[in-house]
Design a protein around this ligand. Sequence first.
Ligand SMILES: Cc1ncc(COP(=O)(O)O)c(C=O)c1O
Length: 414
Amino acid sequence: MAFNMVAGHAKWPKVNDAIFGLAAKAKEAIDKYGKENVIDSTLGALVDDKGDLICLNTVYQELKSMPDAAIAAYAQVAGQPDFLETVPNICFGKYRPDAHIRAVATPGGTGSVRHSIYNYTEPGDSILISDWFWSPYITISEEYGRKATTFELFNSKNEFNMESFKEKFEELLNKQKRLVTILNTPANNPTGYSLSDEEWDEVLNLAKENAKDPENRIIIVVDCAYIDYAGIGDERRKFFAKFSGLPKNILIIAAFSMSKGYTMYGMRSGAAICISSDEEIAEEFYYSCLHSNRANWSNGTRAAMEIMTRIAKDPEKTKAYEAEVKEAKMMLRKRADAFVKGAKEAGLEILPYRDGFFVSIPCKDAKKASDELIKENLFVVALKKGLRFAVCAVSEEKCKTAPAIIKKVLDRIE
Ligand SMILES: Cc1ncc(COP(=O)(O)O)c(C=O)c1O
């Protein structure tokens, strides 16, 4: 028997991050065969057509103009006060709900997801997520002795599967009397799906119906990491206004991230933003997350917070920043359109794409498909139920041609 030093709860299988591993293989192929002959659709970061990471000028100019001490200093545990004031405005835009809103800075959206799962479930509880999911939801749940149950994201008409959501939602809530469900929308990772405003109404009606039992506690986490790359204008933020005047036992937590919208992936900044009709519950949220911040990472990245507030305070900078994000969003849309069109022409089945960094292709043996595609110099992430193609990382030209290659390989192996 192996001798373990690590405590039982902290012993995990020896697996490295699959996505980063595949990205390293793609890099090897690029070195061997040349950039033009490899399609690397592995990482979830915006890359230009030359394969270089996009870093917004407005963001990095601001960073470089900061005095060293402003970058080096500790931030407050909850986050800098002006950041906490600004972040809900940035997240909700014109659609700020009429509610008690409190924010706490976290290192990326991940920190916010962590606080939501840990602080709003009991040990052994299950959270509810869709069957196409971002895998850290599971990793975080496991880390804290929680489980995850999935509902089917799509019905047979490829629409949001309200029936499946309702079934699992009520099953878990009846059992646990509290439920954390994470909806990664708009611009879902990995599918690119965004709930429509009507679908949000259905979700909220279900929550309100179940909130009639005062013993039920319903927590809806809106993981909006990709919101800046959704919709044409502001329409994908409209749903936030629906969170006004909810019953006291429905709490909304927006998991806000600066990773994508500010291209600050490694600078680790974001926020957990609560929306509640009840002041006490909002206050409780704030102090619960404050404690969690101190216990886990003490405080966040001060320079990242300051970049947001400096840009937000200056109308000229805001305009320049928004123009840059818009340009990146348009580039992404063109690539996704090219992929969707290419898929149609090749007869490749894909999940309904609305917005964002990724498109998903359902298939039976995703791991095998991904391995076979490596032989074609196409690197695509294998998920449980299919393949994830990162349009954020691939030029429009290659987005056009990739679907036919994937179709050919799937036909060969399925
Ligand atoms: C679905 C989803 N949620 C949240 C995040 C949060 O990322 P970060 O912690 O970098 O903000 C990501 C990033 O990849 C994501 O894909």
